[in-house]
Ligand binder design. Sequence first.
Ligand SMILES: [Zn+2]
Length: 96
Amino acid sequence: MPTCPRCGAQCEREDRYCGKCGQRLFATITKGKATQEAIRVAKVRYKLGLIYYKKGELLDAIEIWQRALEDDPENLAIKLLIERAQEEQRSERNLP
Ligand SMILES: [Zn+2]
């Protein structure tokens, strides 16, 4: 069963939005290969996300990377960056 990339809640395969946090889900868009154009757009978003990430704007970075992942769902580098940013976000919240 797919899980929400933002809050980790379990979602139905056909859900377009997470029922818990409202995150847009991209599991349903992963059919077929990304087009060259989509991959190019994903690369631009990937770099833009990195700029936000370096500035510590984790939310913006995650959001833009998730859009990049919609364009290029098989891009493992973007998936890993989202996971890392989400980890950091969680540990930031736990600070006193
Ligand atoms: Zn969610």
